[in-house]
Design a binder for this molecule. Structure first.
Ligand code: NAD
Length: 333
């Protein structure tokens, strides 16, 4: 059994609390959030205790692991405290928005050998993982192209945008990680990025983007296209395609049911695809947590590491450099 403290009880923190509660080998002992009301909601849901401080939640002798789901700028501080306390760490993406803070954190924790897993949940989606396996097993021969479409149903609030640190570091970072997951040991070496605020006034106001398009190239010459939007009127659009010398594999959008309607006006009308990430990746969030619990209990290495979190941020930073300069940028890890 793994005893947890949860730091951050907002949107994703509450979801993690539910997952910890439901897992047969984990137990939520403490929750801490600067917003006391949100911490109370988790107490109500799970019956855990409300910690008076993050230090109390993290350093408690009766916990084995810390799940960090607080606001992004707090992650490195809590990772460091948890590593020093010898606790296993699951931390939501991104590690931070500032690569200097990430490097400093890496340096601060290098002597503490605790397992750390970063919350790149899309790697645990069964369909995306099948695409990666197909690539690894050469089911499509030699890989030539990767195409990732990732579009949110609707833009977030201006407060969210201000805290998120920019579209590429907040949203596209998932796709940069998915690209690295699919390419395996063939690193991306170049990126060309475009971004615009086409429809969201809030994004425009704070000089952020709501639409992005990226071309990357790997060391072996594989070409990768990623396209992102903060608005897709038909739901959460999540598609991954790999193309190679012997064919193509697609992880397509999923619908909540398999009903199709046929009338004299139309054929093959399906219900809308999933609304957003909580629905689309419900199983992936559970599977990534299960993997973390397994790793800690069996003392094996987590599949999504601190280094993966750092490399995704390095790609996002290169994307911003390309956007600003209008040039292709070399990626150096
Ligand atoms: N993997 C995914 O799919 C995914 C999805 C959404 C969010 N996230 C990540 O999860 C994190 C939280 O995002 P969210 O959408 O739940 O945001 P949120 O604003 O709903 O929740 C963040 C919570 O952190 C709390 N908080 C802020 N400072 C704190 C501190 N010093 N100590 C303790 N708690 C503190 C806030 O009060 C808030 O309740 C972000 O890093 C985000 O990037 C990941």
């Amino acid at each position: 059994m793994l005893n947890f403290s949860l730091i951050g009880a907002g949107r994703i923190g509450y979801m993690h609390a539910k997952i910890i509660k439901a897992h047969p080998k984990s137990n939520l002992k403490y929750v801490y959030d600067v917003n006391s009301k949100l911490a109370n909601d988790v107490v109500k849901l799970t019956g855990c205790a409300k910690a008076k401080s993050p230090e109390q939640a993290i350093n408690s002798k009766d916990i084995d692991a810390v799940l960090i789901a607080s606001a992004t700028p707090t992650h490195t501080k809590f990772i460091t405290t948890a590593a020093k306390a010898g606790k296993a760490i699951f931390c939501e993406k991104p590690i931070d928005l500032n690569i200097k803070k990430v490097n400093q954190c890496e340096n601060n924790i290098k002597n503490y050998k605790v397992p750390i897993q970063i919350g790149f949940n899309r790697r645990f989606d069964l369909s995306h993982a099948k695409v990666q396996k197909a690539c690894l097993n050469k089911e499509i021969g030699d890989l030539e192209m990767v195409v990732i479409t990732s579009r949110d149903p609707q833009p977030p609030s201006i407060d969210y945008l201000k805290a998120a640190g920019g579209f590429f570091r907040d949203a596209t970072i998932h796709d940069f990680d998915l690209t690295r997951f699919i390419l395996g040991n063939d690193p991306v070496v170049q990126i060309s990025a475009f971004g615009e605020a086409l429809f969201d006034k809030n994004a425009k106001k704070i000089k952020d983007q709501d639409t992005g398009m990226f071309i990357l190239k790997s060391k072996k010459g594989v070409l990768i296209h990623i396209n992102n939007s903060r608005r897709a009127v038909y739901g959460y659009d999540q598609r991954v395609e790999i193309f190679g010398s012997k064919g193509m594999v697609i992880s397509n959008n999923q619908v909540p049911n398999s009903v199709e309607k046929f009338t004299n006006k139309s054929t093959n009308i399906k219900d809308p695809i999933h609304f957003f990430f909580m629905e689309r990746y419900e199983k992936a969030y559970k599977d990534q947590f299960n993997e973390f619990v397994k790793c800690v209990l069996k003392k094996t290495n987590p599949k999504v590491t601190f280094d993966d979190g750092k490399k995704a941020l390095i790609i996002a930073n290169a994307a911003y450099k390309s956007l600003k300069s209008g040039k292709v940028v070399n990626i150096k890890f």
